[in-house]
Design a protein around this ligand. Structure first.
Ligand code: G6P
Length: 438
């Protein structure tokens, strides 16, 4: 008999955890998980206990024999794990609020995965991920690391270049969201759609769209332009429509984050307005989280509450559970994940992380060739990859000048002078989470 699967979720106290539990429950027949360890740190103890108790009620109600363990002892949890999922936030939402707020003072986009905020989220996160990788090499050397912690692309890049870990996949709900948006606009089931994705995490493009084998890219873009819905909405990003002529000529669907690059001034003004009216996105999310945890405390609640869909990470458990299911069962289906490029995108370095369609097998994702990046997006994708590589190096070395270089080459930062000022202010603000720099 096969032994049951052991899964470890680091950042288990996250408000998203019920999504994951629901996904595992729904797939139990194919994915017989015997143990799910939810791990957190002391600062997350209370949340871990609340969400852990809900997780236990959920599996009990569903009648599946998944044993849920809650712990603050990461090493104990990792022993003999099969899959390790990471969904933690170094410095919690307070740190995110600073990443979103400080750049605004310099007339720069304040965002958790793009621009200066994305750089700092990477600087805080990468050393922690690399510590987890070291623990995994000791305690569960054959396990898969499935990372959702943002910035997921930069984190995957760092693991690929700065550790010996081979079994790593970076995951985002973005591509699934785009695919669903397309299916909705065409009014057909998503199973009939095939989308060829190319690019990087939060810098990905639906390059070609097929419906039952027919290329419908132009049709989808026309429909989206008519409905002024032209980049598929995400809960966390203002959904201004692009100029129709531009969008049609681009003839690809950019993930919502591209609005920060193609509509920088408009997005910046909107962020400033939102900041005055309701605070940063982190502050909005803090309120949603507070309400969610109040609901989670209810002893009668034993399902994932619908309020969770107010968060930007909708479908993330689908992405995670499908991926784990396909690796475990060697399904060889196609999913869009962050993995080593290996020549799938011809004009990105082979050893870099890219977000592309992959065949998901027991030996991991095999990226499918998508060829050269189309000329209109080649520059921005390569530029962001350069930024991610320099940023990952800064995170690992703690070198000030490398961090300054990363900040300055980011296309959302307008001058070297502002780059230095923002770097200094953000370093000071996040001091306690940046031991490599201090
Ligand atoms: C998006 C992204 C995720 C991100 C989330 C933020 O959907 O793909 O990577 O974590 O939104 O959502 P939030 O509700 O935290 O702003």
């Amino acid at each position: 008999m096969k032994k049951g699967i052991k899964i470890v979720t680091i950042g288990g106290g996250s408000s998203y955890t019920p999504e994951l539990i629901e996904g595992f429950i729904n797939r139990y027949q194919e994915l017989p998980i015997s143990e799910l360890w939810l791990v957190d740190i002391e600062a997350g103890r209370e949340k871990l206990e609340i969400v852990g108790a809900l997780a236990k009620r959920m599996v009990e109600k569903a009648g599946v024999p998944i044993k849920i363990e809650l712990t603050l002892d990461r090493e104990k949890a990792l022993k003999n794990a099969d899959f390790v999922t990471t969904q933690f936030r170094v410095g919690l939402l307070d740190a995110r609020a600073k990443d979103e707020k400080i750049p605004l003072k310099y007339d720069t986009i304040g965002q958790e995965t793009n621009g200066p905020g994305g750089l700092f989220k990477g600087l805080r996160t990468i050393p922690v991920i690399l510590d987890i990788v070291k623990d995994m090499e000791k305690l569960c050397p054959n396990a898969w690391l499935i990372n959702f912690t943002n910035p997921a692309g930069m984190v995957t890049e760092a693991v690929l270049r700065h550790s010996n870990m081979k079994n790593v996949v970076g995951l985002c709900n973005g591509p699934i969201g785009i695919e669903r948006g397309i299916a909705e606009i065409l009014n057909v089931p998503s199973s009939e759609i095939f989308v060829e994705f190319t690019g990087l995490n939060h810098m990905v493009f639906a390059k070609r769209i097929f419906h039952n084998g027919i290329d419908v890219t132009k049709k989808v873009i026309s429909l989206m332009t008519e409905k002024e819905e032209n980049a598929v909405s995400l809960k966390n990003i203002a959904d201004f429509a692009y100029e129709p002529e531009f969008f049609k000529k681009l003839n690809m669907i950019p993930i919502g984050y591209l609005r920060y690059y193609y509509k920088t001034a408009q997005m910046l003004n909107d962020q400033k307005r939102a900041f005055e009216e309701e605070g940063t996105r982190a502050q909005v999310v803090q309120k949603v989280e507070h309400e969610l945890f109040e609901l989670y405390k209810d002893q009668d609640l034993a399902i994932k509450p619908p309020q969770l869909s107010e968060r930007g990470g909708a479908y993330y458990s689908e992405a995670a559970c499908n991926l784990i299911n396909s690796i475990y069962n060697d399904k060889r289906d196609i999913q869009t994940v962050n993995t080593r490029n290996n020549g799938a995108i011809l004009d990105i370095d082979s050893n870099s992380a890219v977000e592309v369609n992959c065949l998901i097998t027991k030996q991991g994702p095999i990226p499918l060739t998508t060829g050269e990046l189309p000329v209109p997006i080649k520059g921005i994708v390569q530029q962001i990859k350069s930024f991610e590589r320099v940023a990952a190096e800064a995170a690992v070395t703690g070198d000030y000048d490398t961090a300054l270089l990363a900040m300055t080459i980011n296309p959302l930062v307008s001058t070297d002078i502002d780059a230095k000022k923002m770097l200094d202010e953000l370093l000071e603000a996040h001091k306690e989470y940046l031991p490599n720099f201090f």
